[in-house]
Design a protein around this ligand. Structure first.
Ligand SMILES: Cc1cc2nc3c(=O)[nH]c(=O)nc-3n(C[C@H](O)[C@H](O)[C@H](O)COP(=O)(O)OP(=O)(O)OC[C@H]3O[C@@H](n4cnc5c(N)ncnc54)[C@H](O)[C@@H]3O)c2cc1C
Length: 420
């Protein structure tokens, strides 16, 4: 894990005045109260997997929440976890009982709290939205130092300011997640398409008929040019349907356990760690693009993306999502139809000048997406001004600003996002 003056991006470094390691909600209350008394700003820190200083604070207080890691036994179709628990710990508790949260991030070593404050995109997002859509209740220590619980029916304005709210009103200490039945096996289908139009056509067919439980895509750099791929999985207990009608790309299929499906990023992490490249700078850009703009914008984005800037293990993630699947109010999406998660997941060489250039390039790529009605998924590496964030949150910004004023009157919380 990175130090409090660093994160997975290795692009921004801010030195805090102090670090508080919280093991109980009371420790978070004491940290917030102390920060208020000393006039210091404060940020929660989970697994440190943000990429642009979002969990850092210059001269302020970092509250390391990874000691808040209790995962209760599932009960009545729900599980309550401390916010510093990782998704891996949640899966280890629930999957052996045949249960899982409906949506999990691709990477299980993020904290639950650090994920639900941004949304949380994963393999089932195409149909079921983001992790924060399946939060049933929260415990939060507000910027005023109060312990509050909230849900869709209890203080819904606080609930909706925390989910997807980039930590602007308080520190999440506990999360209750809904659970669904989790079949033991998966048929995993990898589709290789000859070109972008075929990839988009197959993605649209698969999204429309919803035949698979997992659906994602990626455009990979190869020495011979881009490789267009989709990955789907059908979960099953007894027998999979294996419906492959209407797909134009070439399909390869294998059977894995559900646990293996959820660990699908581990080989990539192992390879990058083996090369010593896991710790390189990560100037990532993550966005949502409306389907209606995809045929026009994607070729332009690929034309201006140098495969060398993605690195050997990098990719342009391109995953279809059904209109209306994402419901968390502060997780912004392009309105009016299906959409794509569109991410530049770059693993370039360990070179500060290249990293700086790619952060600047992220801004240009973001503007291309934005001009076509797309929006940022905020875990990106690029500077965002307060005006950028106000435009990003759009019609939802007044509600976030009002919640901030009500629950964090001194404006302490999470300066790393530079929203206020
Ligand atoms: C290798 C990797 C894989 C990833 N995979 C996915 C993925 O599959 N899907 C996806 O959606 N995203 C993914 N991300 C992005 C990730 O979801 C976000 O960066 C997330 O915020 C990181 O959570 P964290 O626990 O590491 O939090 P940190 O980086 O420690 O914190 C992130 C932000 O959340 C705030 N925060 C953290 N904990 C709390 C809390 N308890 N209460 C209030 N605020 C808090 C911090 O102050 C900070 O602003 C990935 C990132 C990496 C590096």
């Amino acid at each position: 894990m990175s130090t409090p003056d660093d994160d997975f991006g290795h692009l921004v470094h801010r030195t805090p005045a102090r670090v508080v390691r919280a093991e109980r909600t009371e420790d978070v209350v004491a940290a917030v109260t102390g920060a208020r008394a000393d006039g210091l700003r404060l940020t929660a820190r989970g697994a440190g997997h943000s990429v642009y200083g979002r969990s850092q604070v210059d001269g302020g207080v970092v509250v390391d929440v990874t000691g808040l890691r209790r995962v209760e036994a599932p009960r009545d179709g729900r599980v309550t976890v401390a916010a510093g628990a990782t998704w891996r710990a949640v899966v280890e508790e629930t999957l052996p009982r045949g249960l899982l949260p409906p949506v999990l991030p691709d990477y299980l070593d993020l904290t639950v709290g650090g994920t639900v404050v941004v949304g949380g995109v994963g393999g089932t997002t195409h149909a079921l939205g983001v992790t924060s859509d399946h939060v049933l209740g929260l415990e939060v220590v507000t910027g005023a130092g109060e312990v509050r619980t909230c849900s869709p029916t209890e203080s819904p304005e606080l609930f909706d300011a925390v989910r997807g709210g980039l930590g602007q009103v308080g520190v999440v200490t506990e999360v209750t997640l809904g659970l669904v039945e989790a079949p033991a096996h998966a048929r995993r289908h990898t589709i290789t398409c000859p070109d972008l139009p075929t990839m988009l056509a197959d993605a649209r067919v698969l999204l429309a008929d919803g035949r698979w439980d997992h659906l994602q895509g990626a455009i990979l750099p190869t020495p011979d040019g881009w490789r267009y791929t989709l990955e789907g999985a059908e979960l099953f207990s007894d027998k999979a349907d294996d419906v492959l009608d209407g797909i134009e790309g070439t399909v390869q299929t294998c059977t894995v356990t559900h646990a293996e499906l959820l660990s699908r990023l581990e080989p990539l992490e192992t390879a990058l760690r083996g090369l010593g490249a896991w710790g390189n700078p990560h100037p990532w850009l993550t966005t949502f693009l409306g389907d209606a703009a995809a045929d026009d914008v994607l070729p332009r984005l690929l034309d201006r993306t140098d495969p060398a800037d993605l690195g050997r293990f990098g990719r342009v993630a391109l995953s279809p999502i059904r209109a209306g699947a994402i419901t968390t109010p502060l997780v912004r999406t392009p309105g009016g139809g299906d959409l794509f998660a569109l991410n530049l997941l770059r693993f370039p060489a360990d070179d500060a000048e290249t990293a700086r250039r790619l952060v600047a390039d992220n801004r240009a790529a973001y503007e291309l997406v934005r001009a076509a009605g797309g929006v940022l998924y905020p875990v990106s590496a690029l500077p965002m001004s307060a005006a950028d964030w106000a435009a990003h949150f759009g019609e939802r910004f007044p509600a976030l600003a009002a919640a901030r004023a009500a629950h964090d009157p001194d404006g302490l919380m999470t300066p790393g996002y530079e929203v206020f």
